[in-house]
Design a protein around this ligand. Structure first.
Ligand SMILES: O=C(O)CCC(=O)C(=O)O
Ligand SMILES: [Fe+2]
Length: 306
């Protein structure tokens, strides 16, 4: 049983995470996608996340992976001597965030994430109890060996609509500890002080009466809580939780859950997507909707007097 396994040594942003049972632990898989909406909602309220094994068809996940890797191979990013599906980059190539590989030219991924009758959309429809709207923008990450995503809450990037919005983090291939993957900070979604401070930020909002406000620039604010995951955990409490992921698994989490990416200490790309879902009847953040969502570009910035 996985809980009987020794806890791994975890790294994020080059920091080795504090060790010990009160500092790191396993993400729990308490529910299945077909459990009752009530049970799923209770579990989400309690943990801030749902770790759903075999929620997606493994073959469909691997088809999306193949499509992405084929594209990277055409772009001459991969080691030609290694099998395509291994996802080994060629020397000198360094990749991180590749959203363009997820958009309309990737039918298998679009199908996996957004098909109306597909497993994921059906899950959200049952979980949220109504017609679902998904963001049109898909965050696709092909992370080369090296540092992972700094810790943050998603609300600061997508909080202009409803807060009843959920992220689905999907490994597009098997991801072991060596390769890293998603880590979440236990109970951080219940931290009222964090929600009242950091959780009120909007990375694309700037003070129009302050010409030197760094949030005005295209790079804007990055929204990270801190580079150092140990500092965050010591300040907020809880344990960093993670797992080894299989193609077909999905982690769904709420906007206020602190999370980040572990460093990739393998010799291959770590490929995953994150996409967002809410009730169609709730207001949506306009930055991520439409044919060409403005995102964090100049068109997504919003000035206010402060
Ligand atoms: O996969 C990662 O590195 C980070 C994922 C993330 O931040 C998210 O899914 O919201
Ligand atoms: Fe995130």
């Amino acid at each position: 049983m996985i809980t009987a396994c020794a806890l791994p040594t975890m790294y994020s942003r080059g920091f080795q995470l504090d060790e010990g049972e009160d500092a790191i632990g396993w993400m729990e898989s308490r529910c299945f996608a077909h459990d009752s909406p009530r049970r799923l909602r209770e579990s989400m309220a309690e943990d801030g996340y749902l770790f759903l094994h075999e929620c997606l068809e493994r073959e469909e996940v691997l088809a999306a992976r193949r499509h992405i890797l084929t594209q990277l191979s055409v772009e001459d990013q991969l080691d030609p001597a290694a099998p395509l599906m291994m996802g080994k980059t060629k020397t000198g190539s360094s990749l991180f965030f590749q959203p363009e590989l997820a958009q309309k030219n990737n039918p298998p991924l679009q199908h996996l994430l957004y098909a109306r009758q597909g497993n994921l959309m059906s899950f959200f429809s049952s979980f949220l109890g109504g017609e679902i709207l998904h963001f049109d923008f898909t965050w696709l990450r092909c992370i080369s060996p090296g540092l992972g995503t700094p810790s943050h809450c998603d609300i600061v990037y997508m909080g202009r609509g409803t807060r009843r919005l959920y992220t689905a983090w999907i490994p597009l291939g098997d991801i072991d500890f060596q390769m890293g993957g998603l880590m979440v900070l236990e109970n951080s979604h219940k931290n009222a002080r964090l929600q009242a401070t950091y959780g009120q930020r909007d990375v694309d909002s700037y003070c129009s009466n302050r010409l030197d406000d760094p949030a005005r620039t295209a790079a804007g604010l990055n929204g990270w809580l801190s580079e150092d995951p140990n500092q965050i955990r010591r300040a907020l409490g809880g344990r960093w939780l993670t797992a080894e992921y299989k193609a077909g698994d999905v982690v769904i989490f709420c906007m206020d859950l602190v999370h980040g990416g572990m460093d990739n200490r393998s010799d291959r790309l770590r490929i995953s997507s994150d996409s967002r879902y809410q009730l169609a009847s709730d207001p949506a953040d306009e930055r991520w909707i439409g044919e060409n969502p403005p995102g964090h570009s100049a068109a997504g910035k919003r000035g206010r007097i402060c």
